[in-house]
Write a protein that binds this ligand. Structure first.
Ligand code: GLV
Ligand code: MN
Ligand code: MN
Length: 417
């Protein structure tokens, strides 16, 4: 890579490692669930780094953090970047974090190079990109984009039955009005998110940078099943209404719906399956499932969704189990902005880095930022395409390439008036 900016890889890696140590589980596992003690400590850690860089900080009612480098003309719509620092259970240290600490490093490098932005540059640390607590991903960016109604936000409950209202209050955001989270139209002129690829293509093809043209469409279902419990020795098999077995059949129906959708891009996962009472000598009387179904194309995703929604009542009827089926989210894909895709490609070219146009199969806050401003993403390779696992890894050099392309892109976008 042609070296242009003073990007400090050692500082960045040290901060990625320090942030990874703030976790509810021992290293190398990173677990930081929304508004958990680890999430709150991680927020403080990152805010301190931002303060040290001389940036201003604001937070909204759901805990989205806005870190601003004020430009020469603060009346212009801002250029934004950012990602998330929450992490699913048993995660690694790079998902989301590269787009937050990497963006901070990009800003520091630009500052140290003497660059003065015309437009202000904003680093956004989004609340709960991960769906762990409420079953719904991109909570902060959904609300920013006005893509989640306040009624639906009010109905969200975590596995312990706690509401968003209660939890954001406990986290110190209760004094603000959730209504005000939605951004005014035209707040940002562009949004560019740096992220690890979470797939194998860049590594396989030995390409240092990806630029995202489309983000696949996610959806999530929650199924609550109520059967009849009883003694594992005493209740004979024909008499049973086992909630777990109904759930197991539903999980297999999800697999079939994805496999037979007609598209190789349909993927279905039953990633949450809890049962009660959870005793080896007791027939499971209740089960909760959360189902993640995605595709790059809407017709095949929606077809598979329909198949699953038809299978649930059939399976439950056959087994004498009652059910509640809830669509937590059913989202459209995002199409990225062609001129931003070109800006990233051009920035890569100037740095002597090959850039591959890509689809993101994972979702990101960019899915919702794309609803309110021109958006794209910069991908860097990750080892084996592995993500959402503790052994997730991108090298300091790979991260530095991504930061360099992000910094060059931000400089370009923040220079035009
Ligand atoms: C984001 O973490 C996703 O599940 O795609
Ligand atoms: Mn993730
Ligand atoms: Mn992520």
């Amino acid at each position: 890579m042609k070296q242009t900016l003073p990007i400090n890889s050692e500082r960045l890696q040290r901060q990625i490692d320090e942030l990874a140590a703030i976790s509810a589980a021992p290293a190398p596992v990173v677990t930081r669930v929304l508004f958990s003690e680890a999430d709150l400590r991680a927020r403080e850690y990152v805010k301190n780094l931002c303060r040290e860089a001389g940036l201003t900080i604001q937070e909204d009612a759901v805990g989205n953090i806005f870190v601003r480098w004020i430009g020469k003309d603060s009346s212009l719509p801002l250029v934004a970047t950012g990602s998330h620092i929450d992490a699913i259970p048993n995660a690694g240290r790079y998902d989301g974090v590269v787009g937050v600490l990497g963006a901070l490093e990009a800003i520091r490098a630009l500052q140290e190079s003497g660059f003065e932005p015309q437009r202000s540059i904003e680093l956004i640390i989004f609340t709960a990109e991960e769906p762990t607590r409420f079953g719904i991903g991109c909570l902060g960016s959904r609300l920013l984009a006005g893509a989640l109604s306040l009624e639906k936000a009010a109905s969200l409950r975590d596995p312990e039955g706690k509401s968003l209202e209660e939890l954001r209050g406990d986290a110190g955001f209760g004094g603000q009005d959730l209504k005000k989270v939605k951004l005014a139209a035209g707040s940002y002129s562009s949004f560019v998110e740096l992220h690890i690829e979470q797939g194998p293509l860049l590594e396989k093809e030995n390409i240092p940078i990806g630029v995202v043209e489309k983000i696949a469409a996610p959806s999530t279902l929650r199924v609550q099943l109520t059967g009849v419990g009883g003694h594992a020795g005493a209740v004979l098999m024909p008499e049973r209404h086992d909630a777990l077995l109904a759930g197991a059949e539903i999980a297999l129906a999800v697999e079939q719906a994805a496999l037979n959708s007609g598209s190789p891009d349909t993927v279905g996962t039953t990633g949450v399956f809890r049962i009660e009472p959870g005793a080896v000598n007791s027939v499971p009387c209740r089960a909760w499932l959360e189902i993640d179904l995605r595709d790059t194309q809407l017709p095949t995703r929606d077809g598979a969704l329909k198949k699953i929604e038809q299978a649930v009542p059939e399976i439950c009827k056959k087994r004498g189990v009652t059910f509640e089926l809830q669509r937590l989210n059913v989202d459209a894909p995002a199409i990225c902005d062609p001129s931003l895709v070109n800006a990233v490609s051009e920035a890569g070219r100037e740095l002597g880095l090959e850039v591959k146009k890509m689809i993101s199969r994972a979702y990101h806050d960019s899915l919702f930022m794309a609803q309110i401003c021109p958006t794209t993403m910069i991908f860097i390779p990750c080892r084996g395409g592995v993500s959402h696992r503790p052994d997730e890894y991108s090298s300091p050099e790979q991260i530095k390439n991504g930061v360099a392309v992000l910094a060059a892109t931000l400089a370009r976008l923040a220079s035009n008036s």
